[in-house]
Structures are given as structure tokens and as C-alpha cells.
Design a protein around this ligand. Structure first.
Ligand SMILES: [Zn+2]
Length: 125
């Protein structure tokens, strides 16, 4: 008798991708779900920023509302905006000191895996 399960069907249907170094950050209980979702959306670059709103004709100006020096994109807001980075520094968000997403996510993953208690995530955020 063949036993069907949701897991088996999903594994059959989904496309396998290479494992990434930061998967435990997003897909484990180390990180609270609301942060996991945001991290995943950021990594996929599907967070709606003003650059996308401008493309869709929803805004007339895509400038960064914090500094006004560049277009508000994911990378600008989280990696390059001087005011955003200054705020992150004041809040001790050390993970924003990296200049690319893979390095940032790897840093956070390693920091969290050293001590997998969820409160460590709160110390980083
Ligand atoms: Zn800015």
C-alpha cells in the first residue's frame, strides 16, 4: 500500500536548490517568524521600495526619504544609506556593517548558531 503525505508531495513538486549558508537563519526556530519573513523577502529583493513603486507608476519620486541622495532601493536602505547605517549603529545593529547580503546573512547566521537562543537575535536587531 502506497502512503501519501503532504511532505512527500511537496518534495516531489518543489525544485531543489543548493543549500545556502544562511538557511538556518530563515528556516529554523532561531529567528522569530516575523524577522524570518522580512529577511527572506529582503534576500529575494521582493520588498517593495520606492524604486519599484516608481516603476509601477505609484510615486513620482523614488529618492531615499532619509538622505535624499540616491534612489530608495533595498541595497541603498540596508547597505549604503548613510543615515540608515548611522541609525543602525546607534541601535547596535552590527550586522548592517557588511556591504553585501551574503556576508551580512552569513555573519548573522554564525552569530546565532553560536548560541541558538532566540534572545540572541534580539541582541542583534
Ligand atoms: Zn538614503
Amino acid at each position: 500500500m502506497l502512503v501519501y503525505s503532504v511532505r512527500r508531495v511537496l518534495e516531489t513538486l518543489r525544485k531543489k536548490a543548493p543549500e545556502v549558508s544562511w538557511h538556518k537563519l530563515v528556516w529554523s526556530n532561531i529567528c522569530p517568524p516575523r524577522y524570518s519573513l522580512i529577511v527572506w523577502l529582503l534576500k529575494k529583493n521582493v520588498i517593495i521600495m520606492r524604486d519599484k513603486l516608481l516603476q509601477w507608476g505609484k510615486v513620482m519620486d523614488a529618492s531615499c526619504p532619509l538622505c535624499g541622495l540616491d534612489v530608495e532601493t533595498r541595497d541603498h536602505m540596508f547597505l549604503r544609506c548613510s543615515l540608515s547605517l548611522r541609525l543602525a549603529s546607534l541601535l547596535n545593529c552590527h550586522f548592517l556593517r557588511h556591504n553585501d547580503w551574503d556576508a551580512m546573512l552569513q555573519f548573522v547566521s554564525i552569530a546565532l548558531c553560536r548560541n541558538s537562543q532566540a534572545r540572541k537575535w534580539h541582541a542583534l536587531v
